[in-house]
Ligand binder design. Structure first.
Ligand SMILES: [Zn+2]
Length: 113
């Protein structure tokens, strides 16, 4: 379950942010998660609940914005949604595909008090 490592990382970053602002209460975290990261949202939420339990961060709300996996064909420049890991151009059937979104994983914003 790689979500646990990710949840710990997120919390580390958030703690540093809060320290730099002298904030004490964490209300919510908004994450941007690309589809291709294969992060299970419910697992991530669950992990965050576990590691914040009985800490000042307990009850923090996690919002996740999912970014779809979009590919671009190097051959014909066609842009399309990649479904089921089918990295094949929907127009010319080329397999030379670069991903233009879907690998994101970052904290968009945190709400603090
Ligand atoms: Zn193509």
């Amino acid at each position: 379950m790689h979500e646990m490592g990710i949840a710990l990382n997120i919390l580390d970053i958030v703690k540093q942010e809060m320290d730099s602002y002298g904030a004490e209460k964490l209300i919510s975290i908004c994450l941007v998660v690309g589809e291709f990261t294969a992060i299970a949202h419910h697992s991530l939420t669950f992990c965050l609940e576990i590691i914040t339990k009985d800490t000042p961060f307990e009850g923090v709300r996690l919002e996740i914005e999912q970014i779809p996996l979009i590919g671009r064909c190097i051959n014909c420049k066609n842009e399309f949604a990649i479904e089921g890991n089918r990295f094949i151009c929907t127009k010319c059937s080329s397999k030379a595909i670069e991903t233009i979104s879907g690998r994101e994983l970052f904290i968009k914003e945190i709400e603090i008090d």
